[in-house]
Design a protein around this ligand. Sequence first.
Ligand code: SF4
Length: 377
Amino acid sequence: MKTARASLDRPLVTDAHANPELRDRVRAEAENRPGVYRMWSADDRLLYVGKSVRVRTRLLSYFRAPKGEKPGELIRETAQIDWDYVPDEFGALVHEMRLIQRHRPKYNVQHKRKRAYAFVKVTREPAPRILPASTVVDDGSTYFGPFPKVGRIAHTIRDLAHALGLRDCPASTSVFFDDQLDAFSGLAAFDRPPGCIRADLGTCLAPCSGRPSARDYRERVRIGTRFLEGRGDRLLEELRTRMAEAAQRRDFEYAALVRDRIERLRRFQEELTAFRGQVEALTFVYRVPGHEGRDRIHLVRSGRLRATLAHPKSARARRTAAERIEAVFGEFEPGPAGLSAREAAEIFLIARWFRLRPDELRRTRPPGEWLDAKRPA
Ligand code: SF4
C-alpha cells in the first residue's frame, strides 16, 4: 500500500485560503485514485480520517470550503495531510473504519460512535455467571454475540440463568461448594444461609450457601454454554419435562411460566443460529476491480477482512496466493465466542456492504472453489 505525505513545518494555519503551500503540495503529489487520507493538527493529533475514490479531488475540495462549515474548520486546523492509496472502495471502507476506531479523530462522527452491541458473557469465576454485556473486555470471560440490541437480550439471559440454576448475584458474593469449607469464614458449607430468595424459589443452585457440588455447578454452566453455541437441546428438554410435571400436578400457573420461558429461549436460540449462519456465510474470496486493472482479492472470513492480496496473474503468484488463502481459511478458530467490539463493528460494516450491494456477492467465491480453479497444476 503506497503512503504519500504532504506536510508543512509551520504553525497552525488560521485560514484555509491562506494555506497555499499545503494546498499546492496536495495538488502536486496527490493522484485521483481511491484511497484513505488523514488530516493532522500542528501538534500531531489526528483530526480526521476520510476515504474517497478520487483522493486528489476530495482533498482539494477542503481548501475551497467556506469558513464556519465543518470542512472549512477542519482544514483551518490541519497542518499535515497524508494518505494511502487503497485500490478499491471496499478495502478503503474497512481501512478507514479501522483507523477511526483506533484513533478516534476529533472530526469523525461515523464509526466513532460507540454503538451499543450486546454480548452474552460467561464469566470466568469459581461459580460462573451468564450475563448480558455491552462491551467485551479481556477478563477471561467467554463472549457470545454480537447482537444488535442490548435491551432485548437482558430478559432472555435472565431466563437462561434461572433455567440453569446459575447465580446472577454480584461478583463479590462469596461462593463455595458442598465439598468445601468456606474459604472466608472456615464454616462448613451448610452453616451459611442463602443470600437471596432464588435459592428458595429453586431458580439458583445457591453456591453462596455451598449447596451444589462444584461438579454439578460446572455441568450447568456447560449446558448453558452449549445452548449459546447452538449445540444441544438439553436445556429445552429439561424445561419441557418441568412443564409436563407441573401440568400433571395441576400447577398450571407454573406450567405456563415455564412454557413462556421455553418459547423465549427457543426463539433466542433460533436467532443465535440464524445470526451465526449469516456471519459464517460471509466467508469467501472477494475479487474487486482495482485501479488501472490491478484487481485485488479480499479474504473475508466470518464477516471480517483477514487479508488483501493482488489478484495473481502468474503461476507463481497463484501459488503464493493459494498458500495465503489456505492459511487464512484453514487456521483454527475457537467457534462463535471471543469477538471484540471492534471486530463486531467490522462484521456489521461488511454485512451492510453486501446487503446494500447484492450484486457484489457475484464477485465472491468460496475459498475451496477459488483454490480448485486457480491452483497451478
Ligand atoms: S441464591 Fe445465592 S448464589 Fe444464587 S443468586 Fe442468590 S445470592 Fe447468588
